[in-house]
Design a protein around this ligand. Structure first.
Ligand code: KG4
Ligand code: ZN
Length: 337
């Protein structure tokens, strides 16, 4: 069946068409219009500007996704839209657009959780992947472990108690002068620094748990930078980045190892924008090899926000009969309420 995915939860407007059937998972188009250049001027996403940019882009992007897939709207069997979590005004643009299309053309509509969609990207990359598995979602807004018992059945088994890893990268990146979002640039710069140059606290919470706290790490890095500047010297950005990245990667490995020992999964799915980080990818690759766990991580284009992952997640909502109607609303919260 052909699924049209629509994503507008943050600063990317995206539409995609995927072909999903038993044994077939194919991306026919996946168009992403990024607003990053606009938000960069302000050092972060400005919700009002994001909503307006989504309104301007969404119909053109959807038309382009259908055209690239060589299909007409009448050929689509299901429309899948991200309804939560995210920026409420941004989400509303996608939800209202999807509802209008569904109503106008009589196409079934399903609502998709953005976090589940990140995980669903792995189904597109690994056509034989099936639940159960454990997933680690690391993004700008989330850092959580899930036990995925079925494609729509997620149980959170650990995660951050405050900020997300992506937010932590972006924040310190900004302080050392990188444009928003800093994650990808910090990934590169970390190779040029000494990862033991600066002593920073681990974001892994002590004890038998799979939890993180990034706020103390952020504050410690910020204090170090400020105290160096007060002494009149500009701290070495590469050393800060390498040291900062190392404590984050080590914490992720430590907690993933804990989860592997506790849950004994056959496979681990890494997902979310920060899953593009080469240091995290390599470290988890090594850990999974050591523990004989299959490691699945989507390609970089499927890690960041895109609508193909939304369409893939929507397929499983469709199979479960979780249809939405015109009463569908957007929600900023993880549980959709
Ligand atoms: O999943 P995503 O596109 O949006 C959310 O749902 O939050 O994630 C965006 C986050 C940003 O914080 C960005 O800096 C981070 O992913 N990111 C990275 C890398 N590429 C993107 N963080 C670390 N290393 C990267 N290579
Ligand atoms: Zn995302």
């Amino acid at each position: 069946m052909y699924i049209l995915g629509i994503e507008s939860s943050c600063d990317e407007t995206s539409a995609a068409v995927v072909l999903m059937d038993e044994g077939r998972r194919e991306i026919l188009s996946n168009i992403v219009a990024s607003q990053i250049e606009t938000h960069r001027l302000y050092g972060g996403v400005v919700p009002e500007i994001a909503s307006r940019a989504h309104i301007e882009a969404i119909s053109g992007i959807t038309y382009e996704a259908l055209e690239r897939a060589n299909l007409k709207i009448e050929d689509i069997d299901c429309i899948a839209v991200t309804s939560h979590p995210g920026l409420i005004g941004a989400l509303l643009v996608g939800v209202n657009f999807a509802k209008s299309l569904s109503l106008a053309y009589g196409i079934p509509l399903v609502a998709v959780n953005h976090v589940k969609a990140h995980v669903a990207a792995a189904y597109l990359e690994y056509p034989s992947l099936c639940a159960p598995f454990v997933s680690l979602v690391v993004s700008g807004g989330h850092t959580s472990f899930y036990r995925v018992d079925a494609p729509t059945d997620f149980v959170e088994i650990g995660g951050t108690r405050d900020d997300a890893a992506g937010e932590a990268f972006d924040k310190i990146g900004r302080v050392i002068g990188m444009p928003y979002p800093a994650g990808a640039a910090m990934d590169k710069l970390a190779y040029e620094g000494n990862s033991s140059a600066i002593k920073l606290p681990s974001p892994a919470i002590l004890g038998d748990n799979a939890d993180f706290s990034f706020s103390g790490l952020k504050t410690a890095a910020l204090n170090y930078i400020n105290s160096e500047r007060q002494k009149g010297s500009e701290p070495n950005a590469a050393d800060i980045t390498a040291s900062y990245t190392k404590v984050i990667v080590d914490a992720i490995v430590k907690k993933t190892d804990y989860i592997i020992k506790q849950s004994k999964p056959k496979r681990l799915v890494l997902a979310g924008g920060v899953a593009a980080n080469s240091h995290i990818r390599r470290a988890l690759e090594e850990l999974c090899a050591k523990r004989a766990v299959e490691f699945c991580r989507p390609s970089l284009a499927l890690c960041s926000d895109n609508a193909a992952m939304v369409a893939a997640a929507g397929y499983f909502e469709y199979l479960d009969g979780n249809f939405a109607d015109t009463s569908l609303n957007a929600s900023a919260n993880d549980d959709g309420n």
